[in-house]
Design a protein around this ligand. Structure first.
Ligand SMILES: [Zn+2]
Ligand SMILES: [Zn+2]
Length: 293
């Protein structure tokens, strides 16, 4: 049965703007996904996600102090973040996890192998929540969380697909290549945050020592602009309306190169950026806009 709900919003002059909407459920259901990358890159990562009454973050690689400042600039209230989902144990993804989870009372989720690796390094994870059959998926509040393993040079790395029952989104930021399984997890999502780490030529000619170049470009390293560009049209064909290119290297990439690489691939498939899909860059030193779905 449909409920008719009238929301009245008052502006500063107290004028009334009435919107009538038909929804199947209650007011709570009117909340759509809100997504914001608060930081993205090798100096720290954190993505904020909310739908309905449930808010969570993926990774916390900043100091909590810095995270609070950035959240405030986007009007994001971190006080009800119930969960921190960790992708892997590299410092740019976990630096602030313990402090954040203590301060905000959030539970911390990650693959068991990742937890064990962190523990063996002496890291404290007082709010870690064990989930049996982690990769089979689990619920956090109103959201279904589906982790999926990705190839990367940590002990165990995952991306996350998150669904509120109507809409799916996915985050995959540290991975060496897009496997069939990874692509399947990303397809069908309305918004995808995907790594576009380096321009291969900049990496090759850059100042990094040779072994590091090899590591980054390897199948357990990071996705190049061309790698993420190569899957963009499939993401759009399967329903992506927003693609956020993330974890850009400061040394071996520029936002322009990353953006152009994917835009050009989309155009080759007759997909117009800005019309059929909106393409954005996630930055290291400032939050993205809030993406609303
Ligand atoms: Zn990283
Ligand atoms: Zn990493």
């Amino acid at each position: 049965m449909h409920k008719k709900i009238v929301i009245q919003l008052y502006n500063a002059q107290n004028d009334v703007h009435a919107y009538t909407r038909i929804r199947e459920d209650t007011y709570r259901d009117m909340g759509s996904f809100q997504i914001c990358t608060l930081a993205s890159g090798s100096k720290g990562n954190c993505t904020y996600i909310r739908s309905g009454n449930t808010a969570l973050i993926i990774d916390e690689g900043l100091t909590v102090k810095e995270l609070k400042v950035r959240a405030a600039t986007r009007g994001i209230d971190l006080s009800d973040v119930g969960a921190v989902l960790v992708t892997h144990e590299h410092a740019d993804h976990i630096k602030g996890v313990e402090q954040f989870s203590r301060e905000f009372g959030s539970k911390v989720y990650m693959p068991l192998t990742c937890f064990q690796t962190m523990r063996s390094r002496g890291e404290i994870l007082s709010r870690y929540e064990h989930v049996d059959g982690f990769e089979a998926g689990f619920d956090i509040g109103d959201l279904r969380v589906q982790p999926f393993r990705v190839p990367h040079d940590a002990r165990y790395t995952v991306g996350y697909r998150i669904s509120d029952g109507k809409t799916d989104i996915a985050v995959a930021t540290d991975l060496g290549f897009v496997s069939d399984n990874t692509l399947a997890r990303l397809c069908g999502c309305k918004a995808v945050i995907v790594e576009s780490n380096h321009d291969p030529l900049m990496l090759e000619k850059g100042r990094y020592p040779y072994p590091l170049k090899v590591r980054i470009a390897s199948k357990n390293g990071h996705l190049s602009n061309a790698d993420s560009a190569a899957i963009a049209s499939q993401l759009v064909a399967s329903g992506a309306e927003r693609i956020l290119l993330a974890h850009l290297s400061e040394d071996n990439n520029t936002p322009e190169l990353a953006f152009q690489a994917t835009k050009e691939q989309l155009e080759k498939h007759g997909i117009r950026e800005g019309e059929d899909v909106v393409l954005d860059i996630a930055y290291q030193y400032r939050p993205s806009e809030i993406i609303e779905l």
